[in-house]
Design a binder for this molecule. Structure first.
Ligand SMILES: Nc1nc2c(ncn2[C@@H]2O[C@H](COP(=O)(O)OP(=O)(O)OP(=O)(O)O)[C@@H](O)[C@H]2O)c(=O)[nH]1
Ligand SMILES: [Mg+2]
Length: 398
């Protein structure tokens, strides 16, 4: 699973990325600081099953503290997008190809209104503009791929009586568009499958929007909530776009808290609603003021810095993924003695067989049955799994 971080220049994409991954990427107040995409692992929280099983886990990836497991997810931070990018403005939209593989997008919006659409400093900018233009640019990106060689393509489909779902899924395969997605979108819009040459420009655009929504669902992280006016703008955005998913956050505050925690100055875990100062004598007045500012203006107002919430809203809210723990009825450790070493994130609807394939293709090939470790009940390959299931796979290969 890959989550793409998008938005206009200087909205705070790389800051959010650094806050989530702890990777030290370039961050600056001038536009187009990022050109080449940044890749890294962020972590989503899952209530670990170790306490329930009365063991202490040793994760191979991520970590677990006080019963909260931090499970890795891949993140990608890309260059800023400006209005008209599809016509080549700014850095154009070529770099959007970097995002092809993304399963969902987090759109970072500068809620403070201190940056214009080009990423330059300004005052009282209305972030509603960003919400509208960015989605439009991404939809136009899909449209541009859909329209590539369209006339010839549509004629071929028509004259050779090709299956349009198959043909379009192939054309847009890089975006992870599949035949069922094409079929659902075409049916929803009531487009003629026999005569694609007659589809209008407007219908093509509507199809691009449907396909984009299905393959790049998006949520909006209202960033820079530590700055004045951000809260007011955030409240306004929620009223203007009632059907959108807005998560308030402050990437900058998350970085400050994580760095202070790393130095042992405070006790803080990502997603916490507060922190505890551990070494007051090691903090200078400026640091103390900065931390208190974050406590009062971010944590107490939002309940956290919002970075964890935004990531988890993408993984568990938008994509509805579930966390599954491999385990055994008689043994919870791997051959190296690591207890509950893995926790896998699987898409909704995943079955016991999908889970087996996630562990190893051989397990899926030689699948015999699975065991729900909690209930000790044997289940078949088609058993649908639930969030936080603990499963053992029995395969002939063992
Ligand atoms: N106050 C405040 N400033 C922030 C926050 N997030 C980012 N910034 C500032 O906004 C500016 C731009 O941040 P970046 O993370 O480089 O923005 P970007 O979206 O990656 O920008 P480009 O790569 O140029 O597209 C920097 O000066 C950051 O310090 C935040 O939560 N609060
Ligand atoms: Mg950047």
């Amino acid at each position: 699973m890959l989550i793409g971080i998008v938005g206009k220049p200087s909205c705070g994409k790389s800051t959010f990325f650094k806050a989530a991954t702890s990777i030290d990427v370039a961050i600056a107040s001038y536009p187009f600081t990022t050109i080449k995409p940044n890749h890294g692992m962020g972590f989503v929280r899952v209530e670990c099953v170790d306490r329930e099983l009365k063991v202490q886990c040793n994760p191979r990836f991520g970590w677990c503290k006080n019963g909260t497991r931090f499970v890795p997810v891949e993140l990608m931070d890309v260059a800023g997008l400006v209005p008209g990018a599809h016509e080549g403005k700014g850095l154009g939209n070529q770099f959007l190809n970097d995002l092809n593989r993304a399963d969902a997008l987090i759109h970072i919006v500068d809620a403070s209104g201190t940056i214009n659409e080009k990423g330059e400093a300004t005052e009282n900018y209305d972030p509603a503009n960003d919400v509208r233009f960015l989605e439009e640019e991404i939809d136009l990106w899909y449209l541009s791929i859909l329209k590539k060689g369209w006339e010839k393509f549509a004629r071929q489909i028509q004259s050779n009586r090709l299956n349009i779902e198959e043909a379009l899924a192939k054309q847009l395969g890089a975006f992870r568009v599949t035949e069922p997605i094409v079929e659902k979108s075409i049916d929803k819009l009531g487009l003629s499958k026999e005569k694609p040459t007659e589809w209008t420009e407007g219908q093509m655009k509507s199809l691009a929007v449907e396909l984009r929504r299905a393959t790049k669902p998006m949520l909006i992280a209202c960033n820079k909530m530590d700055l004045p006016k951000a809260f007011e703008n955030y409240e306004k955005l929620k009223k203007t776009f009632p059907s959108y998913n807005f998560i308030p956050c402050s990437g900058d505050s998350e970085i400050a808290l994580k760095e202070a925690a790393k130095k042992g100055l405070i006790d803080y875990m990502p997603g916490d609603k507060d922190f505890k100062i551990l070494k007051p004598e090691a903090l200078n007045d400026k640091q103390k003021l900065a931390l208190e500012y974050i406590r009062k203006n971010v944590l107490q107002k939002l309940g956290s810095t919002g970075v964890q919430e935004a990531l988890e809203a993408a993984v568990f809210g938008l994509l509805k993924y579930m966390a599954i723990f491999p385990g055994g009825v008689t043994k919870l450790a791997d051959k190296d003695g690591n207890v509950l070493p893995d926790c896998f994130l699987l898409p909704p609807g995943s079955t016991a067989l999908d889970f087996a394939a996630k562990i190893h293709q051989d397990f899926a090939k030689n699948f015999l049955f699975a065991i729900d470790v909690r209930s000790r009940i044997r289940v078949g390959r088609d058993q649908k799994l639930k969030h936080r299931d603990i499963m053992e796979i029995a395969s002939a290969a063992k």
